[in-house]
Design a protein around this ligand. Structure first.
Ligand SMILES: CC(C)(COP(=O)(O)OP(=O)(O)OC[C@H]1O[C@@H](n2cnc3c(N)ncnc32)[C@H](O)[C@@H]1OP(=O)(O)O)[C@@H](O)C(=O)NCCC(=O)NCCS
Length: 162
Protein backbone atom coordinates (compact mmCIF):
# COMPACT_ATOMS: atom_id res chain seq x y z
CA UNK A 1 0.00 0.00 0.00
CA UNK A 2 1.15 3.53 -0.81
CA UNK A 3 -0.22 6.87 0.35
CA UNK A 4 -0.03 9.79 -2.05
CA UNK A 5 -1.72 13.11 -2.75
CA UNK A 6 -5.14 12.74 -4.32
CA UNK A 7 -5.85 14.21 -7.74
CA UNK A 8 -9.21 15.19 -9.22
CA UNK A 9 -9.12 11.91 -11.17
CA UNK A 10 -9.28 9.93 -7.89
CA UNK A 11 -12.78 11.10 -6.96
CA UNK A 12 -14.65 8.38 -8.95
CA UNK A 13 -12.70 5.77 -6.95
CA UNK A 14 -13.29 7.48 -3.60
CA UNK A 15 -17.00 8.13 -4.17
CA UNK A 16 -18.27 4.51 -3.79
CA UNK A 17 -16.89 4.10 -0.25
CA UNK A 18 -17.51 7.76 0.65
CA UNK A 19 -21.13 7.17 -0.35
CA UNK A 20 -21.39 3.86 1.53
CA UNK A 21 -19.98 5.39 4.72
CA UNK A 22 -22.04 8.59 4.54
CA UNK A 23 -25.28 6.81 3.58
CA UNK A 24 -24.87 4.51 6.61
CA UNK A 25 -25.13 7.63 8.77
CA UNK A 26 -23.12 6.15 11.64
CA UNK A 27 -19.84 8.05 11.58
CA UNK A 28 -20.14 11.44 9.84
CA UNK A 29 -22.50 14.35 10.40
CA UNK A 30 -23.02 14.73 6.66
CA UNK A 31 -26.42 14.42 5.03
CA UNK A 32 -26.95 10.75 4.30
CA UNK A 33 -28.12 11.58 0.79
CA UNK A 34 -25.04 13.66 -0.02
CA UNK A 35 -24.53 13.64 -3.80
CA UNK A 36 -21.28 12.90 -5.59
CA UNK A 37 -20.85 16.57 -6.53
CA UNK A 38 -21.35 17.72 -2.95
CA UNK A 39 -19.11 14.92 -1.70
CA UNK A 40 -16.37 16.06 -4.04
CA UNK A 41 -16.63 19.60 -2.62
CA UNK A 42 -16.45 18.27 0.93
CA UNK A 43 -13.58 15.86 0.40
CA UNK A 44 -11.30 17.06 -2.41
CA UNK A 45 -9.52 20.03 -0.86
CA UNK A 46 -7.52 22.85 -2.37
CA UNK A 47 -4.52 24.28 -0.48
CA UNK A 48 -4.06 24.91 2.40
CA UNK A 49 -6.14 21.77 2.69
CA UNK A 50 -4.79 18.49 1.41
CA UNK A 51 -6.43 15.22 0.41
CA UNK A 52 -4.52 11.95 0.21
CA UNK A 53 -5.39 8.44 -0.93
CA UNK A 54 -4.17 5.00 0.13
CA UNK A 55 -3.66 2.83 -2.93
CA UNK A 56 -2.88 -0.83 -3.36
CA UNK A 57 -0.09 -2.06 -5.63
CA UNK A 58 -2.57 -2.41 -8.47
CA UNK A 59 -3.52 1.28 -7.95
CA UNK A 60 -6.93 0.51 -6.40
CA UNK A 61 -7.91 3.32 -4.00
CA UNK A 62 -8.81 1.74 -0.64
CA UNK A 63 -8.87 4.75 1.67
CA UNK A 64 -8.58 8.50 1.83
CA UNK A 65 -7.97 11.30 4.30
CA UNK A 66 -8.23 15.06 4.22
CA UNK A 67 -6.57 17.61 6.45
CA UNK A 68 -6.80 21.37 6.74
CA UNK A 69 -6.50 24.15 9.32
CA UNK A 70 -9.21 23.64 11.92
CA UNK A 71 -9.88 27.38 12.16
CA UNK A 72 -8.75 30.50 10.35
CA UNK A 73 -6.42 33.27 11.43
CA UNK A 74 -5.36 32.94 15.05
CA UNK A 75 -6.69 29.35 15.11
CA UNK A 76 -4.90 28.18 11.98
CA UNK A 77 -1.98 26.55 13.80
CA UNK A 78 -4.23 23.61 14.76
CA UNK A 79 -4.96 21.09 12.02
CA UNK A 80 -7.96 18.84 11.69
CA UNK A 81 -8.43 15.72 9.58
CA UNK A 82 -11.03 13.21 8.40
CA UNK A 83 -10.61 9.61 7.31
CA UNK A 84 -12.48 7.01 5.29
CA UNK A 85 -11.37 3.47 4.53
CA UNK A 86 -13.29 1.31 2.06
CA UNK A 87 -15.29 -1.03 4.33
CA UNK A 88 -14.15 -3.92 2.12
CA UNK A 89 -10.61 -3.18 3.34
CA UNK A 90 -11.26 -2.29 6.98
CA UNK A 91 -9.19 -3.81 9.75
CA UNK A 92 -6.10 -4.12 7.56
CA UNK A 93 -4.15 -1.21 8.97
CA UNK A 94 -5.14 1.32 6.30
CA UNK A 95 -6.73 3.74 8.80
CA UNK A 96 -3.69 3.58 11.07
CA UNK A 97 -1.34 4.20 8.13
CA UNK A 98 -3.44 7.18 6.98
CA UNK A 99 -3.53 8.55 10.53
CA UNK A 100 0.24 8.33 10.92
CA UNK A 101 0.75 9.86 7.48
CA UNK A 102 -1.53 12.82 8.19
CA UNK A 103 0.14 13.43 11.56
CA UNK A 104 3.52 13.51 9.78
CA UNK A 105 2.13 15.91 7.17
CA UNK A 106 0.80 18.24 9.85
CA UNK A 107 4.10 18.16 11.76
CA UNK A 108 6.00 18.94 8.56
CA UNK A 109 3.68 21.88 7.88
CA UNK A 110 4.44 23.28 11.32
CA UNK A 111 1.00 22.80 12.92
CA UNK A 112 1.21 22.75 16.70
CA UNK A 113 -1.64 20.32 17.30
CA UNK A 114 -4.38 18.29 15.66
CA UNK A 115 -8.02 18.34 16.70
CA UNK A 116 -10.89 16.10 15.64
CA UNK A 117 -14.12 18.00 16.12
CA UNK A 118 -16.78 15.31 15.96
CA UNK A 119 -15.80 11.70 16.65
CA UNK A 120 -18.98 9.72 17.24
CA UNK A 121 -18.63 8.10 20.66
CA UNK A 122 -20.23 4.90 19.37
CA UNK A 123 -17.49 4.65 16.72
CA UNK A 124 -15.34 2.49 18.98
CA UNK A 125 -12.94 1.50 16.24
CA UNK A 126 -12.09 5.11 15.41
CA UNK A 127 -11.90 6.18 19.07
CA UNK A 128 -9.50 3.29 19.82
CA UNK A 129 -7.41 4.11 16.76
CA UNK A 130 -7.13 7.83 17.58
CA UNK A 131 -6.28 7.08 21.21
CA UNK A 132 -3.55 4.72 20.11
CA UNK A 133 -2.17 7.52 17.90
CA UNK A 134 -1.87 9.79 20.92
CA UNK A 135 -5.21 11.64 20.87
CA UNK A 136 -7.17 12.24 24.03
CA UNK A 137 -10.82 13.08 24.46
CA UNK A 138 -10.94 16.68 25.69
CA UNK A 139 -14.71 16.75 25.89
CA UNK A 140 -17.89 15.16 24.66
CA UNK A 141 -20.91 17.06 23.38
CA UNK A 142 -23.81 15.04 24.78
CA UNK A 143 -26.35 13.58 22.36
CA UNK A 144 -24.98 15.68 19.48
CA UNK A 145 -25.22 12.86 16.92
CA UNK A 146 -28.32 10.89 16.00
CA UNK A 147 -27.09 7.38 15.27
CA UNK A 148 -29.48 5.29 13.15
CA UNK A 149 -29.31 2.33 15.55
CA UNK A 150 -28.07 3.70 18.89
CA UNK A 151 -30.09 6.90 18.92
CA UNK A 152 -28.64 10.10 20.38
CA UNK A 153 -24.96 9.63 21.20
CA UNK A 154 -22.16 12.04 22.04
CA UNK A 155 -19.56 13.63 19.81
CA UNK A 156 -16.02 13.61 21.15
CA UNK A 157 -13.56 16.41 20.56
CA UNK A 158 -10.19 14.64 20.35
CA UNK A 159 -6.84 16.39 20.47
CA UNK A 160 -3.13 15.81 20.45
CA UNK A 161 -0.11 18.09 20.43
CA UNK A 162 2.37 17.64 17.62
C1 LIG B 1 -12.22 4.27 11.41
C2 LIG B 1 -11.48 3.78 10.16
C3 LIG B 1 -10.81 4.96 9.47
C4 LIG B 1 -10.40 2.80 10.63
O1 LIG B 1 -9.73 2.32 9.50
P1 LIG B 1 -9.24 0.79 9.41
O2 LIG B 1 -8.35 0.68 8.23
O3 LIG B 1 -10.41 -0.11 9.47
O4 LIG B 1 -8.41 0.65 10.78
P2 LIG B 1 -7.10 -0.19 11.05
O5 LIG B 1 -7.17 -1.52 10.36
O6 LIG B 1 -5.90 0.67 10.77
O7 LIG B 1 -7.24 -0.45 12.60
C5 LIG B 1 -6.84 0.55 13.46
C6 LIG B 1 -7.29 0.30 14.87
O8 LIG B 1 -8.69 0.27 14.91
C7 LIG B 1 -9.04 -0.49 16.03
N1 LIG B 1 -9.86 -1.56 15.55
C8 LIG B 1 -9.72 -2.29 14.43
N2 LIG B 1 -10.74 -3.15 14.31
C9 LIG B 1 -11.53 -2.95 15.39
C10 LIG B 1 -12.76 -3.52 15.83
N3 LIG B 1 -13.36 -4.48 15.14
N4 LIG B 1 -13.30 -3.03 16.97
C11 LIG B 1 -12.68 -2.05 17.67
N5 LIG B 1 -11.53 -1.49 17.29
C12 LIG B 1 -10.97 -1.94 16.17
C13 LIG B 1 -7.82 -0.97 16.67
O9 LIG B 1 -7.40 -0.03 17.66
C14 LIG B 1 -6.86 -0.97 15.55
O10 LIG B 1 -5.62 -0.90 16.10
P3 LIG B 1 -4.52 -2.08 15.85
O11 LIG B 1 -3.80 -1.59 14.63
O12 LIG B 1 -3.73 -2.05 17.09
O13 LIG B 1 -5.25 -3.37 15.61
C15 LIG B 1 -12.43 3.03 9.18
O14 LIG B 1 -13.04 1.97 9.86
C16 LIG B 1 -13.48 3.91 8.55
O15 LIG B 1 -13.25 4.54 7.52
N6 LIG B 1 -14.69 3.94 9.17
C17 LIG B 1 -15.80 4.71 8.63
C18 LIG B 1 -15.55 6.20 8.66
C19 LIG B 1 -15.01 6.65 9.98
O16 LIG B 1 -15.45 6.22 11.03
N7 LIG B 1 -14.00 7.57 9.94
C20 LIG B 1 -13.42 8.15 11.12
C21 LIG B 1 -14.30 9.22 11.66
S1 LIG B 1 -13.64 9.86 13.22
Amino acid sequence: MEIRDATADDWPAIWPFFHQIVAAGETYAYDRDTTSDRGREIWMLDPPGRTVVAVERDATVIGSAKTHPNQGGPGAHVATASFMVDPAHSGQGVGRALGEYVLDLARAKGYRAMQFNAVVEANTRAVALWRSLGFEIVGTVPEAFHHPVKGYVGLHVMYRKL
